[in-house]
Ligand binder design. Structure first.
Ligand SMILES: Nc1ncnc2c1ncn2[C@@H]1O[C@H](COP(=O)(O)OP(=O)(O)OP(=O)(O)O)[C@@H](O)[C@H]1O
Ligand SMILES: CC(C)(CO)[C@@H](O)C(=O)[O-]
Ligand code: BAL
Length: 272
């Protein structure tokens, strides 16, 4: 595997790459969730590019940009182990110029994650568009854990007529159910234990829906019972286009939870 630290190196490599290209964009501190994306990309493409870039424009003032875990050497080893061909790790000042043409996420990016983090998705789409321009992937791999991000990237690809296939990837969990996340390292032992209630509440919701409960209000109340004591920021029910729904539509519903543990926000969801 080759580590590419500059845009010029990446462009040179990409110019000489033939066949299908799989691309996995990440912010590093790689875990089993990222590994599953890279392995899927490996099994479906001739060449695999992974990027690690803690993108400043998607962090709001006061968020954890500086504290975000950085594990360069361990990440390089993981990408090698997953048989990626290239790992792109650019410097922030080379990815942005003082005056940028900006991508503006649609109004629906201002609900849920975008309500708490207004402008976050503008930054995500901006950097993802740049990374797509650089890597020109055939297939790009995104986790369902960041479901709203995934939906907006699918919309951007459609709106800009980008010839890229977006591949949604299942959420990878710890054995006890907690969704893997780079931010789990912020949790204390007690918070780590309490965080389990998030996935528990989602399993409860899925089981109620499977028993034909359709009313999201009823399901939400049961979920909040399971999560009693947690600082729940939102429980939401949307369809695959991210429109909020009042009735469960089996096969077309995503149930989302965000809970806070001091400054740490944990996201999780289930697709039913
Ligand atoms: N548990 C997981 N299962 C599957 N995909 C995941 C998981 N966690 C993250 N991903 C995906 O990996 C890609 C890179 O995500 P990122 O580097 O932000 O990791 P993260 O663990 O989600 O970090 P954070 O929790 O801090 O947002 C995204 O497409 C994301 O959805
Ligand atoms: C897609 C992404 C790599 C863009 O910075 C980031 O938002 C992430 O890791 O989910
Ligand atoms: N995985 C989402 C990236 C972020 O929280 O900024």
């Amino acid at each position: 595997m080759k580590v590419l630290k500059t845009i010029e190196e990446l462009q040179e490599v990409r110019k000489n790459t033939k066949g299908s290209v799989g691309f996995v964009p990440t912010m590093g501190a790689l875990h089993d969730g990222h590994i599953s994306l890279i392995k899927k990309a490996r099994s479906e493409n001739d060449t695999v590019f992974v990027s690690i870039f803690v993108n400043p424009t998607q962090f709001l003032p006061g968020e954890d940009l500086e504290a975000y875990p950085r594990k360069e050497q361990a990440d390089i080893k993981i990408c090698e182990m997953c048989k990626a061909d290239y790992l792109f790790m650019p410097q922030a000042d080379t990815m942005y110029s003082p005056e940028e043409v900006l991508v503006k996420a649609p109004n629906k990016s201002y609900i849920l994650e975008g309500k708490t983090r207004p402008g976050h998705f503008d930054g995500v789409l901006q950097v993802v568009l740049k990374l797509f321009g650089l890597t020109q992937p055939t297939n790009a791999y995104f986790g369902k854990k960041d479901a709203q991000q995934l939906s907006l990237i699918q919309q951007m690809v459609k709106n800009f007529f980008l010839p890229i296939n977006i591949v949604p990837c299942d959420i990878v969990r710890e054995n006890d159910g907690l969704a893997k996340s780079s931010r789990n390292v912020y949790l204390s032992t007690t918070q780590r234990k309490d965080a389990l209630l998030i996935s528990k509440s989602l399993y409860k919701a899925a089981s109620l829906a499977a028993k034909k409960e359709k009313d999201v209000k009823v399901i939400k109340d049961k979920m909040l019972e399971v999560m009693q004591g947690l600082d729940v920021e939102y429980v939401a029910f949307v369809d695959r286009e991210f429109n909020e729904i009042k009735q469960i539509q089996l096969g077309n519903t995503i149930i989302l939870v965000v809970a806070r543990f001091d400054k740490t926000r944990l996201l999780d969801n289930i697709w039913i």
